[in-house]
Design a protein around this ligand. Structure first.
Ligand SMILES: [Cu+2]
Length: 652
């Protein structure tokens, strides 16, 4: 996947070496920037700006701004959530639905040149327009709120999404997903953390508060005037020569000699990261004997806590693997800096670009070994946080229960000068839907990677567990569409276990995953998370349909929306409780109040409701009209497909 991109690197190298003026002459030489002089900041936590339909509501303005990314660099024009990149972090409670009002306040024309020659633009008149649609990566949300790539809003438009946050605690991120310009919008800065706080984590005594850090690494290339460089013509991959960490170039992280929990995001468009801490001097220079830094205790995947903590970069074990994070992926891990007072550690990356696998000897087009520097303060602290060895619970996969097995072919369409397109099942994004998972069933997906690169596949709505990888005869598969294995299956690595929404598909292998239940109806997408691939044209829609439907789509007029339930009045309440719920289509709902013994106290709604927001009132009485006692009660919203419960407290 590097033939075409290498041609541009040759040009860039020549320009840098000869100093020739021309189209690329204004590129910044990254070695002119002093590393590790700016602190590594934390994005601020978002606060709700009000309520909508009974839920906390957040206003998110997508807009152009300027960011100071390095003290020796002029300010950088960005596209952003609320004027900063990464955008403010959502920190929401599991089980508490929220409304997010997205405003596209971007200028009409994009800050980057939009290449309209790619497949995604065929038949469209989008031009250079700064379209936007938000996707909450890894979230279990209704299709209408998932950010389908064609559901973009233009500058000046606004849209409201509801996120139920009904899944276990997780490290998610929100970013743009616009058809044809996702890579440009993400690169321009439209990305941020979205953390779901799981109350069950409290018992684990994980590092928290100032000792829980969000860290997003993104590679970038700059022009000398401080602006970001991105190629005008679509490239199969584009790698930056500068590490941007939480929006700052090669920053320094000051820590105390104690444990930290890190919610990590590889926010690079196309670059893999394979990371380790190595002891260094205060300039980040590593001595020849390369002393390893403290271990990474991996406690969670992108979809929540693991059954067993995985030790990576164990300094006592030379064979201990590094932490591999594919583009778009997240990790939840703990580093203990105890007894490291005064030391410096370099966060080092050795993943080659393009990435063909750990240890693969392919050439590295543009290495980015240095990410950021850590300095451990020379202080003494009391640290009561713990590293749990069994932090969570992940169900054992049950592949026998899968309703369907699908083979997904990953292939390149070659041009004269390298790949001109990467496809899934030889189809373009706009081709008719071919995958119709049935509602409430699980499936096995076999990704057959016929290319020479690792592709990080991502699916919306559901998560999956990696079952195995197995080498197969690619030539035969391409010729006959038959999988013939050429070796034994390889079990997933320890750091790949758990609930995932990403998987690295190895070249020449069939990578097999088992999905969770497709728990909502409607159209979603799956795609490679190398954003350049996703855009041309390594993304496909799929549609979850009712079990009795054939392949061919939804019954006309049926829109897939599950109601959302929330409390809109005071909580706890004295006399009168206000309850809100939304319905996405006309459907029958039942809203009842239950006591803590599970007995139904009163039915508030039982009938057909229209699409939209609704409210109900409970006056604290039972069916007989008598006042009930103080205590805990539950509102339960049921449809034919789902039920949702919210807890409330009555105080007399
Ligand atoms: Cu790819």
């Amino acid at each position: 996947m590097n033939l075409k991109s290498r041609s541009i690197w040759t040009i860039l190298a020549l320009v840098l070496i000869t100093g020739t003026t021309g189209a690329f002459a204004q590129l910044l030489d990254p070695s002119t920037l002093t590393k590790y002089i700016d602190p590594l900041p934390q994005p601020p936590i978002r606060t709700p700006s009000g309520r909508e339909g009974g839920f906390p509501a957040y206003d998110v303005h997508v807009k152009a701004a300027k960011a100071k990314m390095h003290s020796e660099l002029d300010s950088t024009p960005i596209f952003s959530f609320d004027g900063i990149t990464p955008g403010p972090t959502f920190l929401v409670e599991m089980g508490q639905p929220v409304a997010v009002r997205y405003y596209n306040d971007l200028p009409q024309d994009h800050m980057f040149y939009v290449d309209q020659d790619i497949e995604m633009f065929k038949g469209q008149d989008w031009g250079q327009k700064s379209r936007f649609v938000s996707h909450l990566h890894g979230a279990d949300v209704e299709a209408a709120y998932d950010g389908f790539p064609m559901a973009t809003i233009d500058p000046g438009e606004q849209t409201t999404y509801f996120y139920p946050n009904s899944q276990p605690g997780a490290t998610l991120w929100y970013h743009d997903h616009s058809a044809g310009i996702t890579r440009l919008n993400a690169y321009a800065g439209i990305a941020g953390f979205y953390l779901i706080d799981d109350p069950r984590e409290k018992r684990l005594n994980l590092p928290s508060g100032p000792y829980m850090l969000g860290i997003a690494v993104q590679d970038r290339m700059f022009n000398e005037d401080g602006s970001l460089f991105y190629p005008e013509e679509w490239e199969p991959e584009f790698f930056g020569d500068v590490a941007l960490v939480n929006g700052v170039v090669w920053p320094k992280l000051e820590v105390e000699p104690r444990k930290y929990r890190i919610r990590f995001l590889n926010g690079c468009n196309d670059r893999f990261l394979n990371m380790k801490l190595i002891e260094s001097n205060d300039q980040g220079i590593v001595s020849s004997d390369s002393v390893p830094g403290p271990a990474f205790w991996l406690v969670g995947s992108e979809q929540g806590l693991l059954s067993n903590t995985v030790v990576l970069n164990d300094p006592a074990n030379i064979n201990s693997p590094r932490m591999l994070v594919d583009p778009g992926d997240r990790r939840d891990f703990i580093i203990d800096f105890a007894d490291q007072q005064g030391k410096y550690f370099l966060m080092h990356n050795d993943a080659r670009a393009p990435f063909k696998g750990v240890g693969h000897p392919a050439p590295d087009d543009l290495p980015l070994p240095e990410l950021f520097l850590v300095h451990v303060k020379d202080t003494t602290v009391t640290d009561l946080a713990q590293i749990p060895m069994q932090p969570g619970f992940v169900e054992t996969p049950k592949p026998a229960q899968a309703r369907e097995t699908r083979n997904i072919k990953l292939s390149e369409v070659m041009g004269d000068d390298g790949p001109i397109m990467v496809l899934l099942n030889d189809k373009n994004f706009m081709d008719p839907i071919s995958e119709f998972p049935r509602y409430n069933t699980t499936e096995i997906w076999n990704f057959v990677n016929t290319t020479e690169d690792v592709h990080p596949m991502h699916i919306h709505l559901v998560n999956w567990q990696v079952l195995e990888r197995r080498p197969c005869d690619i030539d035969r598969y391409l010729a006959e569409d038959t999988i013939v294995y050429t070796g034994p299956a390889v079990a997933p690595e320890a750091q790949e276990l758990g609930r995932r929404d990403m998987v690295n598909t190895w070249p020449g292998y069939v990578t097999t995953v088992l999905t969770s239940k497709f728990n909502r109806l409607g159209k979603y997408v799956y795609h490679c998370h190398i954003l350049a691939h996703e855009e041309n044209d390594m993304m496909r829609p799929y549609e979850v349909v009712l079990p009795n439907q054939g392949d061919g789509g939804m019954i006309a007029g049926v829109e897939p929306i599950e109601p959302l339930l929330g409390i809109s009045g005071p909580e706890p309440f004295r006399n009168r409780a206000s309850i809100s719920y939304s319905a996405g289509l006309e459907q029958h709902v039942k809203l009842s109040v239950y006591n803590s013994l599970g007995q139904e106290v009163k039915t508030l709604v039982n009938g057909a409701v229209n699409r939209g927001m609704h409210s109900a009132v409970w006056d604290g009485t039972n069916t007989a009209g008598a006042q009930v006692a103080s205590g805990t009660y539950f509102y339960k919203l049921e449809t034919s497909k789902s039920s949702q419960t919210v807890r409330a407290t009555l105080v007399r």
